[in-house]
Design a protein around this ligand. Structure first.
Ligand SMILES: [Zn+2]
Length: 81
């Protein structure tokens, strides 16, 4: 079953959501199918996976820890979200 050709041939716009698992079933099939035949998109996909893996290692605490100059009023609010 050929893919519709009214869409762009590459799936770069889908890759970000694909890495995050946010595509529809049809989009995901399109992306995965394209990755098997396109080195350029596969390379980009692997980079996104790597970045995603790195981002997942960063916790909110790590981010906040980077702000030594955090205004004290934030602490005063009682951090319950
Ligand atoms: Zn491609």
């Amino acid at each position: 079953m050929p893919l519709p050709h009214d869409e762009e041939p590459h799936v770069r716009l889908l890759l970000g959501a694909y890495v995050l698992g946010g595509l529809t079933a049809g989009e995901e099939r399109q992306a995965s199918g394209h990755l098997q035949v396109c080195d350029a998109c596969r390379t980009e996909y692997l980079e996104l996976v790597e970045v995603q893996g790195l981002l997942s290692l960063i916790t909110e605490a790590d981010l906040l820890d980077g702000f030594d100059e955090t205004p004290s009023e934030i602490d005063g609010r009682g951090g319950s979200v």
